[in-house]
Design a protein around this ligand. Structure first.
Ligand code: ADP
Ligand code: MG
Length: 503
């Protein structure tokens, strides 16, 4: 369906003291499902509510309370699977993952270990125009989020907020197909973009609604290819998992510093031990959280409170039929239909709202011109004020109106920028503003010629020079533009200057 061809990037090579090393990375992304209610209760998922106000009895694990699955959360997981071109499992089941933690009143998390709802999928990770890597997704399973312990409110006590307890998460597990820090960030960026297009997760990393556990190992050149041929993990190095990363910048820094740590160990004659680590951005280092020996034995078993989850193919088909156009498809269409460069198409499709705005502007107009105005003028101006497209004071109709005035030669490009600024700050109809403020391009050549004659008469030395060197004609064009307040048509002025200098 996609006719984008791309080149696969080279793996990141870290030049070590003795050898070159390649990186191998696999990500487990936790994405909070966009839904009003929790996975197994009717309590609200609203962020920032009064602590412990969105807690149903079952979330607080009151005796005798039973979980009831939220159909909409299942639908969101299926939609996500379909958006990642993944297999949907019509039969899946929930398991209990047992561990003790103050913010986990049940004493276990309900998850899907053995039979996840979504199987193999894929994500095309863009690394710049013409360069991308197809990363395989191993599975997506649904699970409950835990609550939150608060340690910084009181010197002697810790508090627990159960508002997040039981909120639905999707854990999206990649294969170890990611080959560098930038690729890992690009993978999260692309996944986030797809989730936002689908409306299944808002992707707000600051609020922790999207966070990643990053698995990192190192190998010598050639080893990864052996793994690819055989799918045998023994060709790869031992991995360490860096927990709970919620910033693109930290993900990259953590991978880099973790890889260097592993290289130093192996080149020093030691062995990497499989463990869970935490990244400390202040010190730019990873620290051990727990080793494999200390790893929890979660004593997984099927949750006896929940029946296996059986869904129907017809339901899955109906969800598939309602999927929006996704980023790759939209980008390819923008390139084809509007004649855009891949770069411009990427910028315009980064967000569905941006894309929708652009399409409204480009409708019936020159696509490239529309792209230029949306990206350079509008996005540039919005960025200055830290606004997004939903806060744009200029509507697609207004921006389209400005573009129409340029296309019909009613105003010059220079005046169009002034007009844009007026519309941005004061509002109004572009054509009316041009009329009422006399911004129309001067098409009557009489006054233009008079202005030019005056300039020529006043600058005989410049005239002589320009006759020797035609490149200097630009000076006269500039003077005429100045004299007419930028309203002369530059093309016409150019012609006129050339004519006069040739006399
Ligand atoms: P576990 O069940 O212990 O979490 P998984 O096999 O599910 O282990 O893998 C978890 C994550 O680690 C996956 O994203 C996977 O791609 C990644 N991974 C596995 N082996 C490696 C490796 N050698 N190097 C980097 N990442 C790896
Ligand atoms: Mg895992």
């Amino acid at each position: 369906m996609l006719d984008l061809t791309y080149e696969t990037p080279k793996p990141k090579i870290i030049a070590g003291a003795k050898h070159d090393w390649e990186l191998v990375i696999g990500l487990e992304v936790h994405a909070q499902v966009s839904s009003n209610a929790k996975l197994f209760s009717g309590a609200s998922t609203k962020f920032g509510a009064e602590p412990n106000s969105n807690v149903a009895f079952v979330d607080a694990a009151m005796p005798g309370m039973l979980p009831v699955i939220n159909e909409y959360c299942v639908e969101q997981a299926v939609r996500t699977g379909l958006g990642l071109k993944a297999e949907i499992n019509l039969w899946s089941a929930f398991d209990r993952k047992n561990y003790f933690y103050p913010d986990l009143p049940q004493g276990y998390q309900i998850s899907q270990l053995y039979h996840p709802i979504v199987g193999e999928g894929e994500i095309l990770v863009d690394m710049g125009p013409g360069v991308a890597r197809l990363v395989r997704v191993e599975r997506i399973h649904m699970e409950q989020d835990a609550g939150k312990s608060i340690h910084d409110m009181d010197p002697n006590m810790s508090f627990v907020d159960l508002n997040r307890t039981g909120v639905a998460l999707m854990e999206i597990v990649s294969r170890p197909d990611i080959r560098g820090p930038e690729e890992a960030a690009a993978y999260v960026t692309k996944l986030r973009q797809i989730l936002r297009y689908l409306g299944t997760c808002d992707g707000n990393m600051q609020n922790g609604n999207l966070r990643a556990d990053v698995n990192v190992s190192i190998c010598r050149p050639g080893q990864y290819e052996k793994y690819q041929e055989t799918q045998d993990f023994s060709h790869l190095g031992t991995r360490c998992e860096i927990k709970n990363m919620n910033s693109m910048r930290f993900i990259q820094a953590a991978i880099d510093v973790e890889a260097r740590r592993q290289i130093a160990i192996v080149e020093g004659g030691g062995e990497v031990t499989q463990e869970t680590r935490l990244y400390d951005p202040d010190k730019n280092e990873t620290r051990s959280m727990r080793s494999k020996e200390e790893a929890h034995d979660y004593r997984y078993f099927p949750d006896p409170d929940l029946l296996p989850l059986e869904i129907e193919q017809s339901w899955v088909d109906a969800i598939a039929a309602s999927l929006p156009e996704l980023p790759d498809e939209k980008k390819a269409r923008f390139i084809k239909d509007f004649g855009l460069s891949e770069y411009d198409a990427s910028v315009l499709t980064a967000d569905a709202e941006n894309a929708e705005y652009f399409e409204a502007v480009a409708d019936g107009r020159n696509g490239k011109l529309a792209a230029n105005w949306v990206i350079n003028e509008l996005f540039g101006r919005l960025k200055k004020e830290d606004h997004d497209i939903s806060q744009s004071p200029v509507s697609p109709t207004q921006l389209g109106g400005i573009i129409d005035l340029i296309s019909s030669d009613a105003i010059s490009g220079k005046i169009a920028k002034d007009l844009f600024e007026i519309v941005y700050t004061e509002g109004g109809d572009p054509a009316e503003i041009v009329d009422s403020r006399g911004m129309k391009q001067v098409t009557d050549m009489g006054p233009i010629e008079a202005a030019l004659d005056e300039i020529i008469a006043a600058n005989p030395a410049q005239v002589e020079k320009a006759k020797q060197n035609p490149k200097l004609a630009g000076w006269f064009v500039g003077q005429v533009m100045k004299a007419t307040g930028g309203k002369a048509n530059p093309k016409a002025v150019n012609q006129l200057v050339a004519q006069k200098l040739a006399q």
